[in-house]
Design a protein. Structure first.
Length: 387
């Protein structure tokens, strides 16, 4: 992912002899003999829908790498295959390299067809979230694909798809891919996956609707609300916040940034003062292209305390989808389907510029928006109290 175009082409050229030795095309089928390098797309893919059929043999063990990360499992699921002790009895299609017990590691149902028959995958990936059907049966439902190479960070935003070779002949055909745009991706994330369809809103209440800011307090004149879109006025700022207070909660929202745009989410804000210090925290809303900042200032970070993973924004001018879960002293932030922050503020002992945050241990407060003079926009902001 970091190679120059010239070095990338050299890498591709160096693999061709091996690929040609172990891969071949027979009619409309791609055939691998069970050995050699993985067949890899030249293009990097972000969010996508992927269709592929496969047929394999006894004893085989293969898979599909999504954005270069293992893997959608394909294997011999019979007892004779010898891998029931590691989950083969549950079937193919799971995200086998996820941690034990993690959602998606084991398929929901055994959907494999007998040897000699073709199997059909449909795979949808939005952010880290993966949904898989095997032979028209749902086997993974909107589960996170863990980054096998570094489980502390999300999988790459965009990377190749790879067909794994491993231990026995496998044939592939009917391979199609459709890239998913930001609006469609946001809709999938908002509804909690492609299988949910508006069944994911129970308990969530809008923070504002239409042109009604009656549920908000603070310097509301520094913001404008039109047709459900809240925007901080250029050159204005200050923290506006819900009149209602929250202890543990989940908030879902979409935001759009101008170039170098800066705002923040006020978590457990007391109603006055700088929420970054007197509230539980200010959760950064910031253009990811901002240069020369402390990692604890990047988008999604608990300002000055805990750094979020960077690089998961949509392009400037597009709407991003974000979900924030606050429970006790913990905060989780999922941006465009990627878990960019998972922290426990009670364990924070080092602060940016050695400036302590006396409000970080607050157990309740208001939710709000901490404007910093830029016309950052928010819409579809809903919040749910957690019991």
């Amino acid at each position: 992912l970091t190679l120059s175009p010239e070095d990338f082409q050299k890498r591709v050229d160096s693999t061709l002899a091996n690929i040609n030795k172990h891969w071949k095309a027979e009619g409309e089928e791609l055939v691998n003999d069970g050995n050699g390098k993985y067949l890899t797309t030249i293009k990097n893919y972000g969010d996508f829908e992927f269709l592929i059929d496969y047929k394999t043999v006894k004893g085989a063990d293969s898979g599909i790498y999504l954005r270069g990360v293992p893997q959608v499992q394909i294997w011999d699921t019979t007892k004779e295959g010898g891998k029931w002790n590691i989950g083969a009895d549950k079937g193919s299609g799971g995200l086998w390299n996820n941690s034990p017990g993690a959602a998606g590691k084991d398929p929901l149902v055994h959907a494999d067809k007998p040897f000699g028959e073709w199997n059909k995958f449909r795979i949808i990936m939005v952010g880290e979230r993966v949904t898989i059907w095997l032979n028209d049966k749902l086997v993974v439902d909107h589960a996170r694909l863990e980054n096998f190479y570094n489980r502390k960070i999300p999988v790459p935003k965009a990377a190749p798809i790879q067909l794994q070779t491993h231990g026995g002949e496998i044939r592939w055909k009917n391979i199609f891919i459709r890239e998913i745009g930001g609006e469609e991706a946001n809709k999938i994330l908002k509804q909690g996956g492609v299988t949910k369809k508006d069944k994911n809103d129970e308990g969530f209440k809008p923070v504002f609707t239409g042109n009604d800011m009656s549920g908000l307090a603070g310097p509301v004149d520094n913001y404008v609300l039109e047709d459900g879109v809240l925007m901080c006025k250029a050159g204005k700022g200050g923290t506006i916040y819900t009149k209602e207070e929250y202890a543990d909660f989940v908030v879902r929202l979409e935001f759009k940034l101008p170039p170098n745009g800066n705002n923040g989410l006020a978590l457990r804000y007391p109603g006055s003062g700088d929420t970054a210090y007197v509230g539980m925290c200010e959760l950064q809303v910031l253009d990811d292209n901002y240069k020369g900042i402390d990692p604890r200032q990047a988008h999604g970070s608990a300002y000055g305390m805990a750094a979020a993973a960077r690089g998961f924004h949509r392009p400037i001018g597009e709407w991003n989808y974000q979900e924030v879960t606050v429970k006790g002293s913990t905060i989780k932030v999922e941006l465009n389907g990627n878990l960019i922050l998972d922290t426990d503020l009670s364990k924070i002992t080092e602060y940016m510029s050695n400036s302590k945050h006396p409000g970080k241990d607050r157990r309740s407060g208001h939710f709000g928006f901490a404007g910093h003079n830029d016309p950052v926009q928010f819409r579809n902001v809903t919040i749910k109290k957690l019991e």
